[in-house]
Write a protein that binds this ligand. Structure first.
Ligand code: RAM
Length: 893
């Protein structure tokens, strides 16, 4: 059959793209994009597809099975398309190819490049591995020295394919024949371990050979049993003993199979798991790591190593039904940063400045004598020229390396801690033998290695820096869990923070798998009455946070964040998976609010960290906390009604729609004063009322006027905390006050976004004034320089300053609606949508505005430019020119 060769299918992916190995579902959803390679009509749309699936046997050539084909399926869908073929079995590897037909095309495109995916262990019965840890006694109340585990095994013939399925109680790093398996860090990450413990599958074929082989593992406390949590935290959150769960499955070239799994006693080959201490003396996520290289155990993960002095192992319990495949990318090192300066502090200390606040740890290259001790302390800021660690509270954030002695060999010792993480820009180095040379110490940035998908730039360098800061705070806090901060003794998955930041995150990086996985933990940790914990995974947090109580903004994550994933990624599945969780939340709030429909009880953090709130009571905001609670109740009920409609749950859609109407009325009855004023005459109150559509049409314009007035009265300074920060500029835009929105964005006085930039921030701060105007650190006991919530304005920047927004789930339609600010001469944004690359860039000279738009194939864009009727554009690159008023204020709403 001839092919339509000017359209090609690219970027074929399964589920969230990552992982491809060890997929946890038998029916992975497929997505692809169509790309034009020649002249394709802008209105081209996919009208049908064919999926071909070919099994890939472990031993090449052996018993090759024929391909399965879906045949021609009439559908325009290309994002998260349901698996068309028979369900996959555990460990099944298949090659997938797709081709398409366009509406007018008699002939299809050629088949795409193949995507090869492989399932993990889908059935609990697939697991023969059980948790094993060292067979020695430990004091559960003390720090523990991380252990090493090892086991040898024999392979009777050449290897065709080998997979290692691995996880742990605690943190692990696994080695096969002396080589590390995979490159993930802080594995298995942090989930609600009691309900869900993630494993990953590594391809270790190339590390094995016929004959004697060995597996080795490092084990550390991590979240599982290390001290973790606020107010000193707790140890043994999930158990008192660390253990490895590993299952190595080897397919031999002759068709045989060898399985080496963690377990007690000797295997049939006479080998057993053994345990010993290694060179790590102590390691904690907050504390840092202490490593004595003189105690190194070279070759412990290679065959022939003498382990006769090693201890045996103990077996522990774990229901294999709680072992789940990872749904997104692991934490990895993604960048290395060299110091920009080596400072000598007033007290004489050597301090490295990396020029960027980040999450990661240092790698050393050092030469010295055996026993030389290098100590590294980390901090985000200096005060009076010295490392300033008070904001870290009880997190020591100190790493120590004792040298094995490298003077004679000439080769430097290279070391990086394994099981800890720090949030820092500065590091103090003590005990360095000899002179510190450039490149001796490098900061290695770590976070969940999600793909970057969104970019923004404009003619104002200060805004570009702000945007960079947002990106850096996101990277710093997407460390397996969406955390509040990466540096102090906290680092918890605060639900409110990610609820306000999720739209920004979803533009900047592909967080579809990362957040889908975390939302499963939200559902797992929800109390039977529907209460969503303040942070997930939920751990003891003292009387304020434990047991969790229902609070608006934070609990609403259960409804609003799945909706964000649906809007940005076209993911209906996540709505289905989270549906019960979302309903349980709204039903709970409905009960709490009672027939009056206004939620006015309980612990509410409200507009947390309103800059007017006293440093020691961040919930004491200008906007009444119960106004915030009722507004969010209305918004979540409305959103849930929309979710129900998407899922075809029509009764629920109607019921929650009516509930939302009633809460809306209750809100207006209680909080709206004649003339459009609200009971709390504050930025956040108006922002909520406008964006959540809680006011009658006539009062809405007045509310917008009042909001603009308040901003002007405040000297264009921001006056919201977490509950209003992501809404205030949208509220201004929705009511025709773009000029005021831009004034807020570009203000530099304290508090404002650019105040932080003017103070030299390289990440976004927890408090508007984490650093006070005099350069000293805010005395509040809760002062982080790396929190993402206040950076959530970036979503409005992308959608409104650059003008790139989704107009249908997954960007199947685009809304191009830039609203250039008075002082900007250009701005641009680009986003890798599920349908391909979309971009908007504009440039202004005098009153002429030139706008360039890239629309992916198969997508239509609504073009809404100032002073020009709304029009539509199909795929391809388009240029529009309009003559605007010099200041494009008050566009049609
Ligand atoms: C702080 C956290 C977080 C916030 C909670 C309420 O401790 O840093 O940002 O959500 O308080």
């Amino acid at each position: 059959m001839p092919h339509r060769t000017d359209v090609v299918v690219t970027d074929l992916r399964a589920e969230h793209g990552v992982p491809l190995l060890g997929l946890g579902t038998s029916r992975p959803r497929l997505s692809w994009t169509a790309r034009a390679t020649g002249q394709v009509p802008p209105a081209w749309e996919q009208s049908a597809y064919e999926v071909r699936v070919t099994p890939q046997p472990p031993v090449p050539g052996a018993g090759e099975e024929p391909s399965w084909s879906s045949g021609r399926v009439d559908s325009g869908d290309s994002v998260l398309v349901p698996w068309p073929a028979p369900p996959l079995r555990s460990r099944e590897r298949v090659r997938v190819e797709v081709r398409l037909w366009g509406t007018e095309d008699p002939e299809p495109t050629p088949f795409s490049l193949p995507l090869v995916v492989e399932t993990g262990l889908l059935d609990p019965a697939d697991w023969t591995a059980v948790p094993v840890g060292p067979d020695w006694d430990e004091d559960p109340d003390a720090d523990h020295r991380p252990a090493l585990l090892r086991r040898e095994f024999t392979l009777p013939g050449p290897v065709a394919r080998a997979r290692l399925h691995v996880t742990a109680h605690g943190l692990h790093e696994v080695e096969v024949n002396g080589e590390r398996a995979g490159d993930e860090v802080l594995a298995p990450g942090w989930t609600s371990y009691t309900h869900r413990l993630r494993y990953r599958t590594h391809d270790v074929t190339h590390l094995l050979h016929e004959g004697s082989n060995a597996l080795g593992a490092w084990l550390a406390d991590g979240w599982y049993r290390g001290r973790f949590g606020v107010r000193g935290g707790n140890r043994n959150l999930y158990g008192e003993r660390t253990a490895l769960i590993a299952q190595l499955e080897v397919d031999l070239a002759d068709g045989g199979r060898v399985v080496v799994a963690t377990g007690p006693g000797e295997g049939r080959d006479g080998h057993a798991w053994r345990a010993a201490h290694g060179p790590i003396l102590a390691s904690g996520l907050y504390e840092g790591e202490s490593h004595d290289a003189r105690l190194a155990v070279p070759g412990f993960s290679t065959a022939g190593f003498d382990d006769t002095s090693w201890a045996g192992v103990r077996r522990y319990a774990r229901d294999p039904a709680t072992l789940v495949a990872a749904e997104g990318p692991p934490v990895r090192c993604t960048q290395e940063v060299l110091p920009v300066a080596v400072l000598t502090s007033p007290s004489g200390a050597t301090v490295l400045d990396f020029g960027q606040n980040l999450t990661g740890r240092l790698r050393l290259r050092v030469r010295g004598r055996a026993g030389d001790r290098v100590r590294l302390r980390h901090a985000e800021v200096l005060q009076d020229g010295e490392l300033y660690t008070r904001p870290l509270r009880t997190a020591a954030a100190t790493d120590t390396y004792v040298l094995a002695g490298s003077e004679d060999s000439g080769e430097p010792e290279v070391w990086e801690p394994r099981f800890t993480m720090h949030g820092f820009r500065y590091a103090e180095v003590t005990g360095w033998p000899g002179r510190l040379h450039e490149g001796d110490v490098v900061a290695r940035v770590h976070h969940s290695d999600t793909a970057r998908t969104g970019w923004f730039s404009c003619s104002d360098e200060r805004l570009n820096r702000l945007h960079e800061n947002v990106v850096w705070s996101m990277r710093s806090n997407f460390v397996d869990v969406p955390t509040d901060c990466p540096q102090r003794d906290e680092r918890l998955g605060w639900t409110g923070d990610i609820q306000v930041f999720a739209p920004t995150a979803a533009f900047l990086y592909d967080v579809s798998g990362f957040l889908a996985s975390w939302l499963r933990d939200v559902a797992a940790e929800q109390l039977p009455d529907g209460t969503v914990p303040w942070y997930v995974p939920d751990i003891p947090g003292g009387p304020r946070w434990t047991p969790p109580r229902p609070g608006a903004v934070w609990g609403d994550v259960a409804v609003l964040t799945p909706w964000v994933l649906h809007q940005r990624y076209g993911d209906v599945g996540v709505l289905r998976t989270q549906y019960d969780s979302a309903r349980a939340w709204v039903d709970l709030v409905e009960r709490l609010a009672g027939p009056g429909r206004s939620w006015s009880t309980g612990l509410q953090l409200g507009d947390w960290l309103d800059p007017a709130a006293p440093p020691d009571d961040p919930a004491d905001a200008r906007t009444d906390r119960y106004l915030v609670a009722t507004a969010y109740f209305a918004h979540s009920a409305r959103t849930l009604s929309r979710i129900a409609a998407v899922l075809g749950e029509h009764e629920d859609a109607a019921r929650y729609g009516t509930l939302a109407d009633e809460v809306r009325e209750a809100f207006a009855a209680e909080h709206l004063r004649p003339g459009g004023r609200l009971s709390s005459d504050a930025q956040t109150a108006y922002a909520l009322a406008i964006v959540f559509d809680l006011l009658p049409e006539a009062e809405r314009a007045a509310a917008g006027e009042r909001l603009a007035e308040l901003v002007a009265e405040d000297g264009n300074r921001i006056a919201t905390g977490f509950a209003g920060v992501n809404l205030v500029t949208d509220a201004l835009t929705l009511t025709g006050h773009d000029t005021t929105a831009h004034a807020l964005l570009t203000e530099t006085g304290c508090p404002s976004w650019l105040y932080q930039v003017a103070m030299g921030a390289t990440t976004t701060w927890e408090r508007w004034d984490s650093m006070l105007p005099d350069g000293t650190v805010n005395p509040g006991q809760m002062t982080s320089f790396n929190h993402y919530a206040l950076g959530s304005i970036a979503d409005w920047v992308h959608r409104t300053v650059a003008g790139l927004a989704p107009a249908a789930p997954g960007y199947r339609r685009l809304l191009v609606r830039p609203r250039p600010g008075a002082d900007l001469t250009s701005a641009a944004a680009r986003h890798e949508t599920p349908y391909g690359t979309a971009a908007v860039g504009w440039r202004r000279t005098g009153d002429r505005l030139v706008v360039d738009v890239d629309v992916p194939l198969g997508v239509r864009a609504e073009i809404d430019l100032p002073g020009r009727p709304v029009s539509e554009a199909g795929a391809g690159r388009h240029r529009f020119e309009v003559v605007t008023a010099a200041e494009p204020a008050h566009p049609p709403a």
